[in-house]
Design a protein. Structure first.
Length: 202
């Protein structure tokens, strides 16, 4: 979770939670909650997009070490202009994830994001009329929000793993060694490097 997002969540008090629950007792509050959940899901969609762009930016720095600072900046600007689907396809060209469930999860996150941004209210706006339907919308948006948040977390974790795997830095203090020792591999992936015929494991 990016620092600003974490700060917002860490500062939520019991009073804030009580106020949010109180909102759900009225029609206007329920509708506003739907819009708030939509906004949260859209935020995490952007986090996923930024995580993919960040991974590809680091990958460019690893594989194009002869490039100038200006060339890297131009590459980063191009990444910022690409859609989530394009970023995920480019990511998949260089990264092979061994667990098909993780691959499917990232693809599902893309589908959920596209549905959220292009179709959600066009298909669901009629459900704002009834309380039962509004609660279904809240449940659906919360599920989409969680999927997009997890996709961003997975991608950021892979970016960190790639950085560690290619770093020449060795842990030189006890805390750093403990952090490495206590880490747990959840799935395996390989990152394709252009100077090697074989893929390098991360």
């Amino acid at each position: 979770m990016p620092p600003d997002d974490r700060m917002v969540h860490d500062n939520i008090s019991q009073a804030d939670l009580d106020e949010s629950l109180q909102m759900l007792h009225t029609r206007v509050g329920q509708v506003n909650a739907v819009f708030a959940c939509f906004g949260s899901a859209a935020q995490h969609a952007q986090h996923f997009e930024a995580a993919l762009a960040g991974f590809l930016s680091d990958y460019n720095k690893l594989t194009k070490q002869g490039s100038s600072t200006q060339e890297f900046e131009e590459l980063d600007q191009k990444l910022q202009k690409k859609t989530l689907g394009t970023l995920l396809r480019e990511f998949s060209k260089y990264v092979t994830i061994q667990d098909p469930n993780v691959v499917g999860f990232l693809e599902m996150a893309l589908e959920k994001r596209n549905f959220l941004m292009h179709h959600f209210f066009r298909q669901r706006e009629g459900k704002l009329r009834l309380e039962r339907d509004r609660m279904e919308l809240l449940s659906e948006l919360t599920a989409i929000d969680n999927i997009l948040d997890q996709a961003a977390t997975i991608t950021r974790a892979m970016q960190i793993a790639m950085s560690r795997a290619t770093s020449t830095h060795k842990p030189d203090d006890e805390l750093e060694r403990d952090q490495v020792d206590q880490s747990k591999a959840l799935f395996a992936a390989t990152v394709k490097m252009p100077d090697d015929p074989e893929q390098n494991n991360n």
